[in-house]
Ligand binder design. Structure first.
Ligand code: SAH
Length: 228
């Protein structure tokens, strides 16, 4: 079945078309930017495959004007797609170098409606809460409480969580909708994401010592770790 048939929201499809993925990937993989697959962006991380970006964005049911929190800015590509949808985007990334790179790429695109923070997404972004929608692009060990708390009534939280029934080695993309203060869950799609790591990476020496040679070696592994 053609995966793309599952993307029925034409606003999401046209937002995706307006963002040039080449601007968000490192030079060594730029030739693959138009392919529907995840690509390494350094620091063991990957830019999601375009279909997954579209699927997750669609699952948030945005109409424009909402406040949206993204956890895991990564390359900034998903952030750009959200910005194109006319929402206010608040995006958190724990690795300072990726935060800086994404900030540069997004500023060059000229978006005014986005705000980036370098920090630990497990804490959400309390001073900007509540959010109408929250998108998590790394897989946590369990549902982070702060994110549920920072979700507005009626808000949607889309997040990959470990498959409790172990039907696959990866995660299940889940959607939680907050009704009467309670988060009701739905299973959407089997996926595979990089892990959501506790704490911001500023004190982590592996970021500071990341050399280009080592980075490339590590990226080979990272490629298999993103969504299927
Ligand atoms: N949306 C991104 C996906 C990047 S991969 C894109 O389209 O490019 C997931 C990102 O989540 C990585 O950059 C990783 O560093 C980040 N991440 C992992 N744990 C995190 C945490 N606790 N807080 C914030 N970001 C986190």
């Amino acid at each position: 079945m053609d995966l793309w048939k599952r993307i029925t929201d034409s606003r999401v499809l046209s937002a995706l078309k307006r963002v040039d993925r080449e601007r968000f990937v490192p030079e060594n993989v730029r030739q693959f930017a138009s392919e529907n697959r995840p690509l390494p962006i350094g620091f063991h991380q990957t830019i999601s495959q375009p279909f997954i970006v579209a699927f997750m964005t669609q699952a948030l049911s945005l109409t424009g004007g909402e406040r949206v929190l993204e956890i895991g800015t990564g390359s900034g590509f998903q952030t750009a797609v959200l910005a194109e949808l006319g929402v206010s985007v608040f995006s958190v990334e724990r690795i300072p170098e990726l935060h800086a790179r994404a900030s540069h790429a997004l500023t060059l695109c000229g978006y005014q409606n986005m705000h980036l923070l370098c920090g630990d997404g497990y804490q959400g972004w309390a001073s900007e809460a509540p959010f109408d929608a929250i998108l998590v692009t790394a897989a946590p060990s369990s549902l982070p409480h702060a994110l549920v708390e920072q979700l507005a009534e009626g808000g949607r939280l889309v997040i990959p969580l470990a498959d409790r029934q172990a039907r696959s080695a990866g995660e299940i993309l889940m959607r939680f909708t907050k009704r009467g203060g309670v988060a009701e869950s739905e299973e959407l799609l089997p996926v595979r994401f990089v892990p959501m790591v506790h704490g911001d990476a500023r004190a982590n020496e592996s970021c500071e010592t990341e050399g280009s040679e080592r980075e490339q070696d590590e990226d080979k592994g990272a490629e298999d770790r993103e969504e299927e």
